[in-house]
Unconditional design. Structure first.
Length: 183
């Protein structure tokens, strides 16, 4: 049986986070980490997903005093993740580091256990889509967000969400057909 949260509503959680309560931030992470990590995985791959998720929550902690509560916390966190991803991409382009000694001996991080093998395979193909299409697809199909919530998280009109989903499905279908032809 899961313990009862001391923050029964999102408003209670937001108020406690604004007050700087550590237990509120822990609860925030407990409620939203899975979605943020799945989306980060779809955006950047297994190697960067955990770091991006962690950076998202750290940025949220710093930004909570300015959070007005106009958006749901989950969609606000997705917006922060998208910003973190953009900064990560910029940093990746700017810095080309030499490999560390002994780095080849380390094993890559295992894929998140919450993702089934079939979902991971599809997400591997999804990575070939542009970020806007990839994010929209994951938020809709993996996280089950509604059009309005996706539009709010991605700061675009609902019609744009619909067109991105259509385009993402068409491109993904093409990618799947190409990979099936190669087998």
């Amino acid at each position: 049986m899961e313990p009862v949260s001391p923050f029964p509503t999102e408003a209670d959680l937001v108020a406690a986070c604004r007050a700087g309560r550590r237990d509120a931030f822990d609860e925030l992470a407990r409620r939203h980490y899975g979605r943020i990590h799945r989306l980060a995985y779809a955006m950047a791959g297994v190697e960067a997903a955990s770091d991006l998720a962690q950076e998202t929550f750290l940025a949220a902690v710093r930004a909570f005093p300015s959070f007005r509560g106009e958006a749901q916390v989950g969609t606000w966190l997705v917006s922060i993740l998208r910003n973190q991803y953009t900064m990560w991409l910029r940093g990746r382009k700017r810095w080309r580091l030499a490999p560390l000694e002994g780095e080849s001996e380390r094993l890559p991080a295992p894929p998140p256990s919450t993702l089934e093998k079939g979902v991971r395979e599809i997400l591997e193909r999804v990575k070939d889509l542009p970020e806007e299409l990839r994010t929209t697809l994951v938020l809709f199909y993996v996280d089950g967000l509604k059009y309005a919530d996706i539009a709010q998280a991605m700061e675009c009109p609902i019609g744009t969400v619909r067109s991105r989903l259509f385009e993402a499905r068409e491109r993904l279908k093409t990618l799947v057909e190409k990979s099936d032809d190669l087998r």
